[in-house]
Design a protein around this ligand. Structure first.
Ligand SMILES: NC(=O)c1ccc[n+]([C@@H]2O[C@H](COP(=O)([O-])OP(=O)(O)OC[C@H]3O[C@@H](n4cnc5c(N)ncnc54)[C@H](OP(=O)(O)O)[C@@H]3O)[C@@H](O)[C@H]2O)c1
Length: 140
């Protein structure tokens, strides 16, 4: 996976590089929040401990899951997958997050800023995994 790595020689002391995927000992993860989908969701489910849960939040890879449920049944354990969606009642949560942003309590991790007129460029860069973080478009 790609991650921000501490590098004193880089601007702001950080650089983007490849690091090994964080793989817990097999079967030892108490839970996983998973937003990539595809084979990674299957890997996450195969590494959850007995009684653990995977919360499937998204499918950024745009790939369907490859979970082999027969294999997982043989593994046993009281493990579950929850398909999660925020729904439409999250106004108070957004207000809380906006307050954190305003007070500097939350770093929004913005990797792209441009005009709304460049929305297609931003979408292509996001889908091409060229942006580390969020893209922000200004309506001008
Ligand atoms: N359930 C809900 O309520 C809810 C709410 C918000 C979002 N979502 C969904 O969650 C998903 C992610 O949204 P987001 O806003 O977090 O997107 P994001 O900021 O673009 O992050 C996507 C992440 O997925 C990784 N990724 C993308 N393609 C990958 C691949 N083929 N293999 C491995 N890693 C890959 C990216 O890694 P790199 O940085 O290395 O490219 C990045 O870390 C989307 O499917 C979105 O629809 C669901």
């Amino acid at each position: 996976m790609r991650a921000l790595i501490h590098d004193p020689a880089a601007p702001q002391g950080l650089t983007l590089g490849e690091v090994p995927d964080p793989v817990p000992a097999p079967g030892q993860a108490p839970g996983v929040l998973e937003n990539v989908g595809g084979p990674l969701l299957a890997q996450a489910f195969s590494q959850v401990a007995e009684g653990g849960r995977v919360v499937s939040i998204g499918q950024a890879s745009q790939l369907p899951t490859t979970i082999d449920f027969e294999e997982q049944r043989h593994r046993g354990g009281n493990r579950s997958i929850e398909p999660f969606t925020v729904g439409d009642g999250f106004g108070p949560d957004l207000a809380y997050l906006a307050g954190l942003l305003a007070s500097g309590g939350l770093d929004p991790q913005i990797g792209w800023r441009s005009s709304w007129g460049q929305a297609s460029d931003a979408a292509a860069a996001l889908l091409g995994r060229q942006i580390l973080g969020k893209a922000v478009l200004t309506v001008d």
